[in-house]
Design a protein. Structure first.
Length: 64
């Protein structure tokens, strides 16, 4: 793997954006009183889904 494109690939950017959205959604779920557990777990699912997205995009050749 070359260091020339470290973090500058469509796979990396897509995974980071989806993970960020997941953390924001999960954080918003935690701010409700009482805690909105459904929203929290949707955020967790998005964060985990970002890893799956990265692996799939890597296998498609979009990660350098």
């Amino acid at each position: 793997m070359s260091a020339d494109n470290h973090g500058n690939t469509p796979a990396a950017w897509s995974a980071v954006v989806v993970a960020l959205i997941g953390f924001v959604v999960g954080g918003i779920g935690l701010m409700f009183s009482p805690v909105n557990w459904i929203l929290f777990w949707v955020g967790v699912g998005l964060a985990i889904g970002s890893l799956v997205l990265f692996v799939v995009m890597d296998k498609l050749g979009l990660h350098g």
